[in-house]
Design a protein around this ligand. Structure first.
Ligand code: SF4
Length: 506
């Protein structure tokens, strides 16, 4: 069968895995890539520039020319509306295909998604096995009802999927990079994932939904990991194939097991040796983890702190670490001499300006902090923080509908609904967090203690200012990841202007 995966903004690692699986069964698979510049849902969100550089129509025409049998979409809340619109516009000119929808958004709200005209099939949870069975059934005229986790419609009636937990953790395949070669310079930035699940179930995160969704069927731990040797084999093979410079292991956490971490940190420098980036949870950094990572040539650690208010962290975010443990994790990163970025959420219920000032003062003296990444609170469907907000009346049914339809503002702009004045005040702190890695500690303290920083509240074009600082900080602090994205972005803008953008993979 001829399958096309439309992707927006950035490489989608779930699609890379699905492509490997589909190709291994002999299907012809391509990716249709919409850069969605300045509205990519990952890096930038600037409305007027997004309109100016919009090339979605060319992506749609590329898909129509390919005449696919199947259009398969990996969907999260932020690209749900983009996906619906794409399918609708393809269908206006070409109808000889079916659509398959998978990913966290269809899994969280299947009843909302399946009733749309643009949706023929919907896969809940891990998609590899149901997708291969579905392609087989489509090709051979077989029935769909026995395919696990597959929702479909027949004669106007919705047939919900039989919910089965498919534990394919240790066996998930090597991602197919060939389909992204025309869009992403793989040699500059190799993205991979080595486990599924997490060690926590924070209230705002999609893992919170997944944890509960699987809980009755799951056997064994929530986090499922590939073996260290399988990971090393993949990285060695790809290093040779693409002459890689940098590896980004974009798991929620590198591993849930100390044994796994030790083995990886011992083997990786000898057998792969490239600078790499990982995400960590503060609780993991209480002993020697930061030092092991440094020795293994880890170049950048991204740590989720989210809030410095202990009550908010415990009761709103459902996180286990204390403020002392967060500070110890920061101290250990400093002692190990490892560059790190700290993730924080703005707009949390119960968090005050004093908490944000405390966060700024705590992070300010850290010499190895190269970025304070700000995410605006965005309520996701069916996660605990959304349920809390509904119960407490912060949001109502109308907002819930917007959340389930993927119609709220993205975490990069200003997230979920909030009063305009509060947004304006919080943007002031957004600017201060962005400035942290380049403003000397004494000056930062003076800014905060004197209250001078409040002038940013009256700054016109706050978002433009934040982006400008961001670019500047990335270069000054030699943030490889951010610099890579900026460089790639500039190239994409130039290609866009001169009509040299490619939309369909080879
Ligand atoms: S530690 Fe990170 S990935 Fe894991 S549940 Fe919490 S926010 Fe999500």
């Amino acid at each position: 069968m001829k399958v096309i995966f439309p992707v927006m903004g950035a490489e989608n690692i779930s699609v890379s895995y699905m492509v490997t699986v589909c190709k291994s069964l002999g299907h012809s698979v391509k990716v249709a890539f919409d850069r969605a510049l300045f509205d990519d849902k990952q890096y930038f969100s600037i409305g007027f520039l997004a309109k100016l550089f919009d090339k979605k129509q060319q992506v749609i025409e590329g898909i129509i020319k390919e005449k696919p049998d199947v259009i398969a979409l990996s969907v999260f809340s932020d690209n749900y509306q983009w996906s619906l619109d794409l399918v609708r516009r393809v269908k206006e000119k070409y109808q000889d295909f079916v659509t398959v929808w998978g990913g966290i958004h269809p899994t969280s709200v299947p009843e909302e998604v399946i009733q749309r005209d643009e949706v023929d099939f919907l896969i809940e949870g891990d998609g590899e096995l149901p997708m291969t069975k579905l392609l087989h059934a489509l090709e051979n005229g077989k029935k769909f009802k026995d395919i696990p986790n597959l929702w479909f419609k027949k004669d106007g009636e919705v047939h919900p999927g039989k919910h089965v937990f498919l534990n394919d953790g240790p066996n998930f395949p090597v991602p197919d990079k060939q389909v992204f070669e025309s869009f992403i310079p793989i040699e500059e930035y190799y993205l991979t994932v080595t486990n599924k699940g997490c060690i926590q179930k924070c209230s705002f995160c999609s893992e919170n939904f997944k944890f509960d969704y699987e809980s009755e069927l799951r056997e064994g731990p929530f986090i499922r990991e590939k073996s260290v040797s399988a990971v090393i084999d993949e990285l060695r093979e790809m290093k040779q194939k693409y002459n890689l410079k940098y590896v980004d292991i974009k798991n929620n956490v590198l591993s849930g097991s100390n044994k796994w971490i030790k083995e990886f940190c011992e083997k990786y420098p000898k057998q792969v040796g490239l600078p790499f980036r990982v995400m960590v949870q503060p609780l993991q950094l209480q002993t020697d983890y930061a030092f092991l990572l440094k020795k293994a040539n880890c170049h950048h650690v991204q740590m989720g702190i989210e809030s410095f208010n202990p009550k908010v962290r415990k009761e709103v975010l459902l996180r286990d670490e204390t403020t002392e443990q967060v500070i110890k994790a920061l101290d250990n990163l400093e002692k190990a001499g490892i560059n790190f970025s700290a993730d924080l959420i703005l707009g949390l219920p119960g968090e005050s300006e004093e908490d944000l000032i405390f966060a700024l003062k705590t992070l300010s003296p850290r010499k190895h902090l190269i970025r304070a990444s700000i995410f605006w609170l965005q309520y996701a469907p069916k996660v605990d923080i959304t349920n809390q907000a509904l119960k407490q009346g912060f949001i109502g049914e109308k907002e819930e509908e917007l959340i389930n339809k993927g119609l709220q503002d993205n975490y990069l702009s200003t997230g979920s609904a909030m009063e305009a004045e509060r947004k304006r005040i919080l943007k002031t702190y957004h600017i201060m967090f962005r400035l942290l890695p380049i403003v000397p500690h004494k000056i930062m303290m003076w800014f905060l203690d004197s209250g001078v920083y409040r002038v940013f509240r009256y700054l016109p074009f706050q978002i433009a200012f934040i982006i400008a600082i961001d670019v500047f900080v990335s270069y000054v602090r030699k943030d490889y990841y951010a610099k890579w994205i900026m460089k790639w972005y500039v190239k994409q803008v130039v290609k866009n202007i001169f009509g040299r953008t490619k939309f369909i993979s080879s």
